[in-house]
Design a protein around this ligand. Structure first.
Ligand code: ASP
Length: 442
């Protein structure tokens, strides 16, 4: 095929086509008992794609954070931008949780579940649950109030860099190294700065190369997810999903409100009336990556590339704001945790009072910050939120079935939020972000 034709098709259209094909392949396989075929021959391409993205995520975090910090040139500017970034991140998270709480209190999806369904769900998910619970409760049992601070500090950078879930530790190291590079004489720091600069550029180029493979990778990921979720009994999935339909719809409505109202308004108000449509057009490949991989970390390379090269946000801002955001700013996850908690309470027939709902705002903020940017992390951290309002953590059995699908959606919101905040910070730091006609729109 003539490659120039493929090149002219916008990336998001290519990815959407991959998704459509993935759904078709998944349905076909489920309908004809070809699950094994998909697992053996198609899913591996999705896994490879995901691995490639994760492969470059960690060096990219290091390189982009260090070059971002160094280009700020002085510590006062760094702390001002850092403070502003954290403040906006927490604000968007609190908005997301409050929105989630409002939606779930209006729709009350927990009251749609019959007693029989509740029992059935608990039984069906009991096995997987024990594993998750014991892992999580170990962490929670030993956790003092300052555990999160302890967890942030690495004692071995090689170990920290070996696990996507420890991204925060790598960020810690990168920030310290960046600060140190600002403080030492330029003659000494230059070689290392050039090194990270070159690494940064090269990795962003790797993103371009990997994205050539995106349509196939996404097709395989989606087909793989469909077969995994359905297992050997496709019908049962639909039954469970159907019984959890109101809950899933509630989460989706919350997420949709964030996408349709909250971020566009924030961008319009705080990024010098930057057009939300342009914003979404520029970041759509990053959103689609988030959706198909369910991992903010895996989507991060694409997010950085889109925000820098298609939204025109400067490297110093995106290099700092985005890696941090992928790790701690999870509006979608926190909204989902709030909805899930109230849903589980409703299903148990428990009414959460106002102060308990305030507790949810507080703990879901922390739990979303603590959730790793990998698939399914938000579900595990949900246990913390359930504990905080005195609900039995086995309640997560009720919400496990549609979790993968909701994970895809909340990750999309997580990544959108990072991009929106980067745009706002860029506009406030640099006076402006590049205007539409200055950036090649893809
Ligand atoms: N998968 C989400 C992310 O990477 C985290 C979660 O499970 O909510 O952003």
């Amino acid at each position: 095929m003539d490659m120039s034709v493929v090149k002219r098709i916008p990336l998001y259209v290519q990815i959407l086509a991959g998704m459509g094909l993935g759904i078709a392949v998944g349905l076909l396989a489920l309908g004809n008992g070809l699950q094994e075929f998909v697992i053996d021959w198609i899913k591996p391409f999705g896994t490879i794609f995901m691995k490639l993205l994760k492969l470059i995520a960690m060096p990219l975090v290091l390189a982009s954070l260090i070059t971002g910090i160094v280009s700020l040139k002085d510590i006062t500017r760094l702390s001002r931008m850092g403070g502003k970034t954290l403040l906006i991140y927490i604000t968007t998270t609190v908005i997301a949780i409050s929105l989630g709480l409002s939606v779930v209190n209006v729709i009350r999806p927990g009251e749609f579940l019959s007693q029989a369904t509740r029992e059935q769900l608990k039984e069906q998910y009991a096995t997987g649950l024990h594993e998750k619970l014991s892992k999580a409760s170990e962490t929670i049992k030993n956790a003092g109030p300052l555990q999160f601070l302890e967890d942030m500090v690495p004692e071995n950078i090689v170990l920290a860099a070996s696990d996507t879930r420890m991204m925060l530790q790598v960020i810690f190291f990168a920030v310290m190294l960046g600060i140190a590079l600002i403080l030492i004489p330029a003659a000494k720091s230059q070689p290392l700065i050039h090194f990270f600069d070159a690494l940064n550029e090269a990795i962003l180029k790797m993103v371009d190369i990997i994205m050539l493979f995106a349509p196939v990778g996404v097709m395989a990921l989606i087909a793989g997810v469909m077969v995994d979720v359905a297992g050997n009994n496709p019908a049962s999935v639909w039954q469970v999903l159907y019984s959890l339909l109101m809950y899933s719809i509630t989460v989706m409505i919350g997420l949709l409100l964030m996408l349709v109202f909250v971020y566009p308004s924030l961008i319009w108000m705080f990024a010098k009336r930057f057009s939300p449509l342009r914003f979404y057009r520029a970041i759509s490949p990053a959103q689609l990556m988030a959706f198909s991989t369910s991992s903010s970390a895996a989507a991060l390379p694409v997010t950085i590339e889109r925000v820098e090269e298609h939204l025109g946000v400067s490297k110093e801002v995106s290099g700092f704001v985005l890696p941090l955001g992928a790790t701690i700013n999870m509006d979608g996850t926190s909204l989902y945790q709030a909805v899930a908690t109230v849903f589980i309470a409703q299903a148990y027939g428990i009414d959460l009072n106002f102060s308990q709902q305030l507790t949810i705002i507080f703990t879901a903020t922390l739990a979303s910050i603590g959730s790793a940017a990998v698939p399914g992390a938000g579900l595990v951290m949900l246990i913390i939120v359930l504990n905080s309002v005195g609900l039995d953590p086995t309640g997560i059995a009720l919400v496990m079935a549609p979790d993968r699908l909701l994970d895809m959606m909340r990750t999309t919101v997580n990544v959108t939020s990072d991009c929106a905040v980067a745009t706002m910070i860029a506009s406030s730091e640099n006076g402006r972000i590049k205007m539409d006609n200055e950036i090649a729109m893809n």
